[in-house]
Design a protein around this ligand. Structure first.
Ligand code: CDP
Length: 221
């Protein structure tokens, strides 16, 4: 079974993906972390963030050492991630890995759940279940601000809100794999839902689909 979870920044899709992975014994891939890793390479090496060839070339050097969570989840890495994510060469370099993960999850798993921006539309258009997870931009900024503060990053709510608006606009308007709801995705608006309530709704949808016989089908990316 392949579950696709797409949505804008800080909509709650990452937490939801982790909980669904546990509940249905699925392998989880946070695809945003791939783009964030590229961003960290750019920040560390000092190459210009708009040099597509140079940015794409850093991908070959990735994976050697793990990146500390604080660096990966920083506001700067998120911002640069959405800049490099608009580059066709960067997206192409990361696509095969994501499809391979969905098609052949690790042994013992019954499938995969991938969260990102283009999972239901580009990476796994044949996913068995697709969700588009969203929330108002103010609520998302409140969540992301709390998250960054708890990690010791000093940033104002207003700065986080402005960054999310910028990032949403960039992710939605890019030519390549823009953020958008797949036609067959179930919309989950978490503005007024806590994580448990969102999780219960998603579990109901997946359980109904499994009951209709879509479980254990291989990925058809
Ligand atoms: O954690 P947050 O919700 O802020 O974002 P993320 O999922 O870590 O993704 C960071 C950035 O990577 C996004 O703003 C997108 O521009 C990009 N991304 C993408 O283009 N396609 C994906 N499948 C996942 C992330």
């Amino acid at each position: 079974m392949v579950v696709a979870l797409d949505g804008p920044a800080a909509s709650g899709k990452g937490t939801l993906a982790r909980k669904l992975a546990e509940a249905f014994n699925l392998a989880h891939l946070d695809t945003g972390a791939l783009y964030r890793s590229v961003a960290v390479m750019v920040l560390r090496s000092g190459i210009p963030e708009n040099d597509e060839d140079a940015v794409a070339a850093t991908i070959a050097q990735m994976g050697a050492g793990s990146i500390p969570e604080r660096e990966l989840r920083s506001e700067a890495a998120g911002r640069i991630a959405s800049v490099v994510a608009a580059m066709p060469k960067v997206r192409a370099a990361l696509l095969a890995f994501q499809r391979e993960f969905a098609a052949s999850p690790p042994a013992g798993k019954e499938g995969a759940v991938l969260d990102g921006r283009d999972i239901g539309t580009v990476v796994c258009p044949q996913a068995d279940v697709k969700f588009f997870v969203t929330a108002s931009v103010e609520e998302r900024a409140r969540r992301r601000h709390a998250e960054l503060q708890s990690r010791g990053e000093s940033i104002t709510y207003e700065a986080v809100l402005a960054d999310l608006k910028d990032r949403d606009a960039r992710d939605r308007s890019r030519a390549e794999a823009p953020l958008k709801q797949a036609e067959d995705a179930v919309l989950l608006d978490t503005t007024e839902l806590d994580i448990e309530a969102a999780f219960r709704q998603a579990v109901d949808v997946i359980a109904r689909r499994k009951g209709m016989g879509v479980s254990a089908s291989p990925a058809r990316p």
